[in-house]
Structure formats: structure tokens, C-alpha cells
Design a protein around this ligand. Sequence first.
Ligand code: C2G
Length: 132
Amino acid sequence: MKKIITYGTFDLIHNGHINILRRAKELGDHLTVAISSDEFNAIKNKKAFHSYENRKIILEAIRYVDAVIPEHEWEQKIDDVKKHEIDIFVMGDDWEGKFDFLEDYCEVIYLPRTVGISTTQIKTELGKANNG
Ligand code: C2G
């Protein structure tokens, strides 16, 4: 069984998230998603609309996702890859090159981001709409 892992905040789920989850799953048989805890988001200077628990509930309902684990820190990836016997690590190419150190443990694949959508854009445009 070929196991895939990917990491992210996955707040306000949108088509860009779905595209990378679908394409990650297509690379193997089992996809684990490590979603950032609320505390780790603070380290990433991100404030998610949905709490970790709610982002987990939403991710678990997506057909491409087989398991959801928490991401507490940058340094956990090697342990995660070993513990979950991961074959392929996948991230959007905005992270191109940043996780190449994992190549000693698994295949590393960066996939093109979906253009024209982001959680930040959703928040910004909703903010404008509500403020007239
Ligand atoms: N993504 C994408 N296309 C978009 C937006 C996001 O392909 N239009 C991808 C990102 O490249 C990432 C995943 O969706 O692979 C999750 O994006 P975020 O929730 O923004 O995750 P991020 O804050 O980049 O956290 O340790 C890694 C970090 O946790 C990644």
C-alpha cells in the first residue's frame, strides 16, 4: 500500500485544497493529512477561522482523505514519515525545495498550486462585501 502525506492549515476549505488533496491521493492508496494545530498556526502567524477540531471534522469528510493527524511543529515531519511508513510527501509548489531534506526518507513531490484562490483572498473579499 502506497502511503502519501501532506501538511497544511486547510482553513475555509476551497477548490485549491481539494485539488491538491485529490492529486495527492491519486499518487497512492492512502492519504494522511497533518493539519496545523491552533498553536502551530500562531507560530506560522496564521489565524484560522475554524478551530483545529472543526478543521479536522471537515477534512475527515473529504473522500480523498484517509487519516488526519495534528501538526504541532516544523520538526515533526521526519518522525511522521517514519511512524506512518509514508512513501510520498506532497506539498503545493509554493513550498518548492523547502522540504527536500525528506528525500532521505521518502519521495518528495511539489504540485502546482491552484491559481486564483486562497483562504486569505476569501477573508479579504468577504470583509469588503460586508463593509460595503
Ligand atoms: N494550496 C494549493 N492551491 C491553493 C492554495 C493552497 O495547492 N490555491 C495548497 C498549499 O500549497 C498547501 C495546501 O494547499 O500544500 C494547504 O495550504 P495551507 O492550508 O495554506 O497550508 P500552509 O499554511 O501552506 O501550511 O508544514 C507545512 C505547513 O503546515 C503548510
